[in-house]
Design a protein around this ligand. Structure first.
Ligand SMILES: *Cc1c(COP(=O)(O)O)cnc(C)c1O
Length: 354
């Protein structure tokens, strides 16, 4: 694939890595690839970061035809710049695309464009401990046509944002609000894909939780509100007895790449892991009788987010002793060591940008 590169003549001042708010500063360049029915994907280009100009009738504005990905680039101590399982993001983008009748973006195109852009803006990747470059690929429908039907034109875009350490003060457990009114997804819906619409629908619950002093929402299944789906923007895992439990990929939760990586690590260590339906009752009973030893969210942004409390219908259930659990900490250390290239990557998960 040929990528036309137009470099900025006006580079921005790079921020000091220590006071970076997540996703608020962007690098000098962006990647764009267009799609037109009958012509396929074309016109791959890297241009200075700038506004996107679209016809107001574009279907992304009216019917939310948009999907996205989230991943990171990391500087290793030996100076290599690394991506973590980028081909998994490319494949997941295509499974999201299939659900919304968006044409598939060839995996090689995704990777080539990604590598070229990150390489060009590599000076933007922060080098201090636990800092990284957040990568946001997204794809939206651009056909100017108000009829509710499959769009015939699309744009794929990647933007980059340097991010500070997610836990500058260590991994303190967060408090979770169990949502029993709003629903995030149901069987047959779009809960298993990364589309903007899922997030639009989740904002009200997130806002409510924040007002009660909770940082994230635990979503229950949309049909019966009996089973556990995921937390906010992360998959969720529980250490009950000496087993690690996580909801199965039933079609209502996002198949997280961090989830998959953590399951691989645990199995490699010989820890018993089970993917199955987990009811809220089972979780709360385990919390009450002391068998729920650890609970944590898993996702690209935070890697591991320990959970210290669940709040449901006026009752609080504590997990652990206010500190991150041993297994949670071990997973966090191991996965971040692989991502930042500090230990040998025996799974072949990292890809060097060069
Ligand atoms: C992105 C996302 C996750 C985590 O996926 P990772 O690939 O691990 O970053 C989990 N749940 C939802 C709803 C998501 O959008």
């Amino acid at each position: 694939m040929e990528i036309k590169v137009t470099k900025t003549t006006n580079p921005k001042v790079k921020p000091d890595g220590d006071d970076l708010n997540f996703g608020s500063v962007f690098t000098d360049h962006m990647l764009l690839i267009d799609y037109m029915e009958g012509e396929g994907w074309k016109d791959a280009r890297i241009i200075p970061y700038q506004d996107i100009c679209l016809d107001p009738a574009s279907s992304v504005f009216h019917y939310g035809v948009e999907i996205f990905e989230g991943m990171k680039a990391y500087y290793a101590p030996d100076g290599r710049l690394l991506l973590f399982r980028p081909e998994a993001n490319a494949h997941r983008l295509n499974s999201s695309a299939a659900r919304l009748l968006i044409p598939e973006l060839p995996v090689e195109m995704f990777l080539e464009g990604l590598l070229a852009l990150v390489n060009l803006d590599r000076d933007w990747v922060p080098k201090r401990q636990d800092q990284s470059l957040y990568i946001r690929p997204f794809l939206f429908a651009t056909e100017p046509q108000l009829g509710v039907s499959r769009s015939r034109s699309y744009t794929f875009c990647i933007i980059l944002s340097p991010v500070g350490a997610y836990y500058p003060e260590g991994l303190d457990p967060v408090k979770i609000y169990v949502e029993t009114d709003y629903a995030r997804s149901v069987q047959g819906g779009t809960g298993h894909i990364k589309c903007g619409g899922n997030y639009a629908g989740s904002l009200a619950a997130q806002y409510k939780a924040k007002q009660f002093g909770y940082s994230q929402v635990l979503w229950l299944d949309g049909a019966e509100r009996k089973y556990i789906d995921e937390v906010g923007t992360m998959n969720v895992m529980f250490v009950i007895g000496d087993e690690v439990l996580t909801p199965e990929l039933s079609g209502t939760i996002l198949p997280g790449i961090t989830r998959d990586s953590v399951l691989h690590l645990l199995r490699d260590w010989g820890v018993r892991t089970t993917e199955r339906r987990i009811s809220l009752d089972e979780l709360l009973t385990a919390a009450k009788n002391g068998r729920l030893r650890e609970a944590f969210g898993v996702g690209t942004a935070a890697v591991i987010s320990p959970i210290g409390e669940f709040y449901i219908r006026g009752e609080r259930y504590r997990v652990g002793n206010g500190h991150i659990g041993l297994l949670s900490q071990k997973i966090y250390n191991n996965l971040t060591d692989i991502q930042w290239g500090r230990i040998q990557d025996k799974f072949g998960w990292t890809m060097e940008v060069k």
